[in-house]
Design a protein around this ligand. Structure first.
Ligand SMILES: Nc1ncnc2c1ncn2[C@@H]1O[C@H](COP(=O)(O)OP(=O)(O)OP(=O)(O)O)[C@@H](O)[C@H]1O
Ligand SMILES: [Mg+2]
Length: 380
């Protein structure tokens, strides 16, 4: 039995949300007819793909297998292991390098934000991880196996570049189709509908769904197999602020309880509010990986003075030119906040009119623009 009930501290306005517990296999067949096997001679390519994707979960044995998991660094913490690990992962389309030697690590149970501007290579990377496109070079391990391994795909849920549904079927009937591929019990359909807050509209045709509802139905389909790894490619794309906030809340809930979530986005807000760790990709390159706090990289002492050149000279004399930069009408000093009294005394002594001095915490946005602007300019 899968547990149901309201999630503690759950999403706003969604008292009915179900907290899914990962690692609990669906309770037998649940009395649901399995139907004919779809991989037989008459199956279409789409059906064969879906069957591989939604085959019943094979839970990992005690030993995860691949030796690449052995080399944990102290930074990983004691209980985590990579769910996704790549080395020099590269995809070239003729002369264009869409993904350039990406080495990323996603740990078990975290919500990992894959952040980058349009065309940075997010979807291409996700497609490689899911076995949808073949890398030109490099390696990747997903849940301990090569990308696209059928046993692994059964443990992965995905929503990549918008869900595709039968428009003339209801949301519920669409899920029935996918549940058959997944060999998930019928009871699972109501659970996932409840999780994404679509129970009330489950019997409407999918064609009549709003964009936000379609996205949520896509997430519901991705949850049918109770995946250990959930891959969501820009799930907030095109949603209004309320829909975006709902989707963020939903993702936060889905990442609770041990499930690993890989969330790609070009929206800093998604990443800042939802993710445990972030990988920033720009022009195909992974330029940084770390927690939001690590990526922000602290702050600076911000000084606004009437005679900014004089102020700069004082600051450079005290701390050296490398620690002083000017932006947006202020000086920024890479020094400790405790330097403020000493610096103000020195500025006053040098006859500089000081308008403001204070600690400035960098936003992820500032860091993001710096990182993506400084990424090496391979031709797009
Ligand atoms: N099938 C393809 N053939 C040729 N080039 C491609 C193909 N797929 C992607 N690209 C190129 O690879 C680069 C990365 O594209 P990708 O879709 O991975 O970016 P993205 O980060 O997902 O962008 P967005 O935020 O717009 O979705 C782009 O320059 C794109 O034009
Ligand atoms: Mg994309």
């Amino acid at each position: 039995m899968l547990p149901t009930g309201a999630a503690p501290g759950g999403r706003r306005g969604r008292g009915t949300a179900v907290r899914l517990r990962r690692g609990v296999p669906p309770g037998g067949d649940g009395g649901v007819p399995r139907g004919r096997p779809l991989a037989g001679g008459g199956a279409t390519a789409r059906e064969r793909w879906a069957q591989a994707l939604y085959a019943p979960p094979r839970r990992p044995k005690a030993d995860p297998g691949p030796t690449t998991w052995a080399g944990r660094s102290a930074h990983d913490g004691p209980v985590t292991k990579p769910v996704v690990e790549t080395a020099d992962l590269t995809k070239r389309y003729s002369r264009r390098t869409a993904v350039d030697a990406v080495g990323m690590r996603i740990r078990e149970g975290e919500i990992y934000g894959f952040l980058g501007p349009n065309g940075a290579g997010k979807t291409t990377t996700l497609r490689m991880l899911l076995g949808l496109v073949r890398p030109s070079a490099g390696t990747a391990r997903v849940l301990g196996a090569a990308p696209g391994d059928p046993g692994t795909l059964a443990r992965v849920g995905m929503l990549v570049e918008g869900p595709a549904f039968y428009p003339y079927l209801s949301g519920r009937d669409n899920l029935r189709v996918f549940a058959r591929y997944a060999r998930a019990p019928a009871s699972r359909i109501d659970e996932v509908l409840k999780t994404v807050d679509l129970s009330d509209r489950a019997d409407d045709r999918a064609a009549r769904y709003s964009l936000g509802m379609k996205q949520r139905l896509g997430v519901a389909a991705a949850l049918l197999n109770d995946p250990e790894l959930l891959v969501l490619d820009e799930p907030t794309n095109g949603l209004d602020p309320a829909g975006t906030a709902d989707m963020r809340d939903l993702i936060r809930d889905l990442g609770a309880g041990g499930r690993t979530v890989l969330l790609s986005s070009h929206l800093l807000g998604d990443v800042q509010q939802v993710c445990d760790r972030v990988g920033v990709i720009a022009r195909g390159r992974l330029v940084r990986e770390g927690t939001v706090r690590e990526l922000r990289g602290g702050g600076s002492l911000r000084v606004v003075a009437a005679e900014s050149e004089d102020a700069r000279a004082v600051a450079e004399r005290l701390y050296g030119p490398d620690r002083v930069s000017a932006r947006e009408g202020a000086l920024h000093l890479a020094v400790d906040a405790a330097e403020a009294p000493r610096l103000s005394r020195e500025l006053v002594r040098a006859d500089v009119d000081l308008h403001a001095i204070g600690w400035h915490e960098r936003s992820l946005e500032e860091t993001f623009f710096e990182m993506t602007a400084s990424a090496d300019g391979a031709e797009r």
